[in-house]
Every structure is written in structure tokens, then in C-alpha cells.
Write a protein that binds this ligand. Structure first.
Ligand SMILES: Nc1ncnc2c1ncn2[C@@H]1O[C@H](COP(=O)(O)OP(=O)(O)OP(=O)(O)O)[C@@H](O)[C@H]1O
Length: 292
């Protein structure tokens, strides 16, 4: 299995505060990975560590099998503020991209910007926020990287542009050997474009794995009140709530649920993400990782 991102005990500290803690990940190639979590969870910190713009305070991170930051030609990165050069024109940006990137795909860049009706002479400083994001994303795609890392790539785009961009990404992954790691606040974007999920809350990875596998192994159980210690050992409780007579558990298990007392329902991706985002963070819990 080729791994695009491998982190072991990865951590980053600013002063006394840990922005990322004990991060263990092994993300296989060929996926569109959605990194979700609330504001301040540590998403940008993880992405910046992956591109080598930050150095770890603990642990290690490898990207495409080598130390982070050492394979810049193979890794595309579009930061959260979609950096462009205000005084350079759109065409200048493409020229710069062509000069700096050995695998530059000029026709992809031209096609995309024509479709978006960009004026090549327009200075980047005169573009709207959404247009600047589109320009930065086009540069990222035309670089033809093996791994494209995008920090909230669609935040500035209108809903239609968002949908089209995510569609473009999925097509690029299907057509070329591209893996994508993108952060987003929106589960709907992740649902549309991603097939692999990482949920990060309070600087810790709460769950990661292929979305199909995660959905096939998480369930909501509703039934007569029951203490968590009375659940089978293979049923890991993610969240629980109780009334006097009834218990509701959100559990992860790889085994069939045989107890007829439970009403068992499957989760949507949103249920799953919100469960991990909403639960009390318990550092002593093992990180749940579902692997292929
Ligand atoms: N340069 C810095 N100096 C000090 N603290 C920082 C720095 N950068 C980030 N942090 C802190 O680290 C934590 C994680 O920040 P990070 O930007 O990684 O979160 P995020 O999940 O990307 O948030 P958002 O969704 O709001 O972009 C936050 O508490 C933030 O205040």
C-alpha cells in the first residue's frame, strides 16, 4: 500500500499550547481525504506540518514516503488564504507556474481559466476573493502533483463554483495519479467529494478511515436503559445518552449486533462527524482508526 501521509506521535506546540497532539495517521494513496473539525482544532497545523512549513514539536510526519517538505515537486499546496501575487496578472501566474513546476500542465490551466472566463491580463489584486481562490486552485492542479493539499479550498466559492470545483477534483483523481487532502468545515462538501475522512477535535485525531468502512461500522442503538459496562467488549461507545427508561448509544463495531432489545439504525456521514465532534474529548481513549 502506498501511503501519502504517515504521522507517528506527531505534535506541534505553540508556547505552552499544543495545536496538534499524539497524531497517528496512515493515509493510503488514491483518495480524496476530508479533514474536518471545528475552528482551532489543528487542521491547518497538520497541513502545514505535512508540507514542511512547520517543524514538529514531537513525533514525525512523512509525505509520499519521505520526510515532509522534501518532495516539493510532487506536492501541491494551496493555503487557506489562497495566496496570489496582487501585482501579477493571471497570465503571469501561469508563466510562473510553468517555470517553477517540472510537470506543469499548461493546457489544463488554460482550459480551466477559460471555462471560468478569466481575463489573462487581469491583475490578481483586482480579482474577487472567490476568483483568487480559483486561480490558486488552478495553479495547484496544473502543477500535476501526486498529492494536492488544500486548506479550506472552497470556503470563498459560491455554491455552484464549489460543486464544480469538487467535481473537477474528483475527475482529476480518477484520471491521474493524484491524491487529495483537503480541510473543510462542511460535511456536505466532504460527502460530495471525499472517500476518506479524518476528524480532528481539540488538537487530536478522533477518527480516521475510508468513509464507506466508517459508515459500515458505526450504528445508533436505541433501547431499554442499559449501562455502558453491560455492552459487549467489541462495541466501542462514541456517544451515549440516557433517560430513566431508555438508552441511546452511538457505537463502533466490526461485529454483527445480535441483541434483539436494540433498535439499530445506520448513520449518515453528518451523524458520524457530529458525534465525534460533539463528544467529550477523552485523551486517554485510544484513537479509533479504521484501516482497509
Ligand atoms: N502561529 C501560531 N502561534 C500560536 N498559536 C497558533 C499559531 N497558529 C495556530 N495556533 C493555534 O493552534 C490551534 C490550532 O490552529 P489551526 O489554525 O491549526 O486550527 P484550524 O483547525 O485550522 O482552525 P480554522 O478552522 O479556524 O482554520 C489554535 O488554537 C490556534 O490558535
Amino acid at each position: 500500500m502506498n501511503t501519502v501521509l504517515q504521522a507517528q506521535g506527531l505534535g506541534k506546540r505553540y508556547g505552552r499550547r499544543w495545536a496538534l497532539t499524539d497524531c497517528d495517521l496512515e493515509v493510503p494513496a488514491g483518495h480524496v481525504v476530508g479533514l474536518v473539525g471545528p475552528n482551532g482544532a489543528g487542521k491547518s497545523t497538520l497541513l502545514n506540518l505535512a508540507v514542511g512549513m512547520l517543524t514538529p514539536s514531537a513525533g514525525s510526519v512523512e509525505v509520499l514516503g519521505a520526510a515532509a517538505g522534501t518532495q516539493q515537486a510532487k506536492v501541491g499546496y494551496v493555503a487557506q488564504d489562497t495566496p496570489t501575487y496582487a501585482r501579477l496578472s493571471v497570465a503571469d501566474h501561469l508563466r510562473l507556474g510553468a517555470r517553477l513546476n517540472p510537470a506543469w500542465d499548461e493546457s489544463l490551466a488554460q482550459r480551466r481559466l477559460q471555462h471560468l472566463k478569466f481575463d489573462p491580463k487581469q491583475r490578481a489584486g483586482k480579482l474577487s476573493g472567490g476568483q483568487r481562490a480559483q486561480l490558486a486552485l488552478t495553479l495547484g492542479l496544473a502543477k500535476r502533483p501526486e498529492l494536492l493539499i488544500l486548506d479550506e479550498p472552497v470556503a470563498a466559492l459560491d455554491p455552484l463554483a464549489r460543486r464544480e470545483f469538487l467535481q473537477d477534483l474528483m475527475e482529476a483523481v480518477a484520471e491521474q495519479e493524484l491524491s487529495v487532502l483537503l480541510s473543510s468545515h462542511l460535511v456536505s462538501d466532504v460527502e460530495r467529494a471525499c472517500d476518506y475522512l479524518i476528524v480532528l477535535v481539540d488538537s487530536r485525531v478522533q477518527v480516521s478511515g475510508e468513509i464507506d468502512t466508517l459508515l459500515a461500522t458505526h450504528f445508533r442503538l436505541t433501547g431499554p436503559r442499559r449501562d455502558p459496562k453491560d455492552l459487549p467488549r467489541d462495541q466501542h461507545v462514541v456517544t451515549e445518552s440516557h433517560t430513566d427508561r431508555q438508552s441511546t448509544y452511538l457505537i463502533r463495531t466490526e461485529k454483527p449486533i445480535l441483541d434483539p432489545a436494540w433498535n439499530v439504525t445506520q448513520l449518515t456521514l453528518e451523524d458520524l462527524v457530529l458525534a465525534y465532534m460533539g463528544r467529550d474529548v477523552q485523551p486517554e481513549r485510544p484513537v479509533l482508526e479504521v484501516q482497509r
